[in-house]
Design a protein around this ligand. Structure first.
Ligand SMILES: NC(=O)c1ccc[n+]([C@@H]2O[C@H](COP(=O)([O-])OP(=O)(O)OC[C@H]3O[C@@H](n4cnc5c(N)ncnc54)[C@H](OP(=O)(O)O)[C@@H]3O)[C@@H](O)[C@H]2O)c1
Length: 270
């Protein structure tokens, strides 16, 4: 398996905040020895200090992977620490939203193998989904390695190219927040129908989580799962007539929301 490269040649993790910690926890759980990791993090948590990784000890000469997990606005300041690894055998994997492959090539050298990824927040509970795409120097073996690394926190899909990454941001990258807002809106609607706020919130939250778990486990399509719980002329059908309305329902509304996120991603990438 490609993760053996990490065990053999080492991985540098630049930035170990929420996302970096979730990934590192996944790799350690997968059985890679802590000594394979060189972590650069200005404010290490107690958990990180106790892992036994090389913490702020510099970087090895030619690690197999350098994974960039700092905020996009910190990238410019953080990259010089790894510049010496560019144009060489080290695979760079970025999880930063908005920083383009061209920007990495400019900073690290055009011959650097780079895989840009877009994970999402459910990675914190091992249920994320990450889309990946590589530059022209990223080989199928590099992409397989990036896939295995990101699989530590959930599912992975491969894109045709970087041109699709803003659409991914719109659907899954930013998408968990849409679902959190769905919970808020459902709870508020329950209060308007006469429920106490705490009960309405508990009902909304458990419903979204339960439906999400069914969608995760079932081989059926989302449309089929919906049909399965909708009796003709019943209460669910009455609500769905509102939500599925072509002009005022979810389809148009979500298309606008996803487009707004994708457009913002394109802007940030400029
Ligand atoms: N969270 C998500 O759901 C999500 C989804 C998709 C993509 N991403 C991407 O994942 C990346 C990390 O996000 P996050 O939520 O994990 O952010 P975060 O919790 O703020 O983690 C970033 C870490 O990098 C550290 N750092 C700052 N400057 C550094 C430097 N020069 N060298 C090394 N480390 C440095 C930060 O330390 P300080 O705290 O001291 O600044 C922080 O601990 C971002 O680029 C984001 O776009 C996140």
């Amino acid at each position: 398996m490609s993760l053996e490269i990490v065990a053999r040649e080492g991985l540098v993790l630049l930035g170990c905040g929420k996302m970096g910690s979730a990934l590192l926890a996944g790799w350690l759980k997968a059985g890679i020895a802590p000594g394979a990791f060189w972590v650069i993090e200005p404010n290490p948590t107690d958990w990180l200090k106790a892992t036994g990784v090389h913490l702020n000890e510099g970087v090895p000469k030619a690690p197999g992977v350098a994974l960039l997990a700092v905020k996009p606005q910190m990238m410019g300041a953080a990259l010089p620490a790894l510049q010496a690894l560019g144009n060489g055998p080290t695979l760079f994997v970025s999880i930063a939203a908005g920083t383009t492959i061209a920007a990495f090539e400019a900073a690290l050298g055009a011959k650097t193998p780079i895989v840009r990824t877009m994970p999402n927040t459910p990675a914190m509970v091992g249920r994320g989904i990450t889309a990946i795409c590589g530059n022209s120097h990223a080989t199928p073996a590099h992409l397989a390695l990036a896939r295995d690394l990101m699989a530590a926190v959930g599912q992975v899909v491969e894109l045709e190219g970087e041109h699709q990454i803003d659409a991914v941001t719109g659907v899954s990258g930013s998408g968990a927040a849409y679902v959190f807002h769905l919970i808020e809106a459902m709870a508020a609607a329950g209060v308007a129908e006469g429920l106490p706020a705490d009960v309405a919130m508990q009902l909304a939250r458990a419903t979204v989580c339960g439906a999400g778990e069914m969608a995760f486990r079932s081989p059926d399509s989302a449309a089929q799962l919906r049909v399965n719980v909708t009796s003709p002329g019943g209460t669910t059908a009455a609500a769905l007539a509102v939500l599925m309305d072509e002009t005022q329902g979810f389809p148009r509304l979500l298309a606008r929301a996803v487009k707004a996120a994708a457009d913002r991603g394109r802007e940030l990438g400029k």
